[in-house]
Write a protein that binds this ligand. Structure first.
Ligand code: SF4
Ligand code: SF4
Length: 165
């Protein structure tokens, strides 16, 4: 996966995408989910995250209390030891990674805590979640982080174009 090309391309499309997301916000919520979810499935069938790991390298998931308890147990640490070692509190008062790339990202792009990873990592880039209309601002942000999210929105554009023709 050519991340340099992806980053340049996604930045170049910022203006176009700002306009497109204004249009997406006008689509009824249930219809929007029906458009995005099958495209999410298709794109992820063709995406090898192990060739990318850009999310783990450049952004932090939010760690919920449940995540912290589960991961700390896995690492034989007390939750307070885990948060002190790996996390910080961000401006929104959420626990996030204290350094990037993520400390649990191995050299081969595998996640060393994959089975107990945060819920936010499992769900990233969140395009298979219900109520996509509530997540549009996040998805727009993720277009410059995640090649799969970028491709999903490009396919959404194509599918809407076809339906309008
Ligand atoms: S916990 Fe695992 S999946 Fe989540 S950011 Fe770190 S390496 Fe990536
Ligand atoms: S979820 Fe997106 S950013 Fe993360 S590894 Fe997969 S394609 Fe890359």
């Amino acid at each position: 996966m050519d991340l340099t090309y992806f980053k340049k391309n996604s930045k170049n499309k910022r203006k176009e995408n700002n306009l497109f997301f204004k249009l997406l916000k006008k689509i009824p919520p249930k219809v929007l989910d029906k458009i995005i979810h099958p495209i999410h499935d298709n794109v992820f069938k063709k995406t090898n995250c192990l060739e990318c790991a850009n999310c783990c390298k450049t952004t932090s998931p939010i760690f919920s209390d449940k995540d912290i308890i589960r991961i700390a147990k896995h690492l034989n640490l007390r939750p307070s030891e885990f948060t002190e070692k790996y996390l910080k509190i961000d401006d929104e008062q959420d626990y996030v990674l204290n350094s990037l790339p993520c400390s649990f990202l191995a050299k081969d792009n595998y996640c060393s805590i994959y089975n107990v990873r945060p819920k936010a990592c499992k769900e990233f880039p969140h395009t298979s979640r219900k109520k996509q209309y509530q997540l549009l601002n996040l998805t727009k942000k993720n277009l410059e982080v995640c090649p799969a999210a970028y491709n999903i929105i490009e396919e959404v554009k194509n599918s809407l174009d076809k339906n309008l023709r």
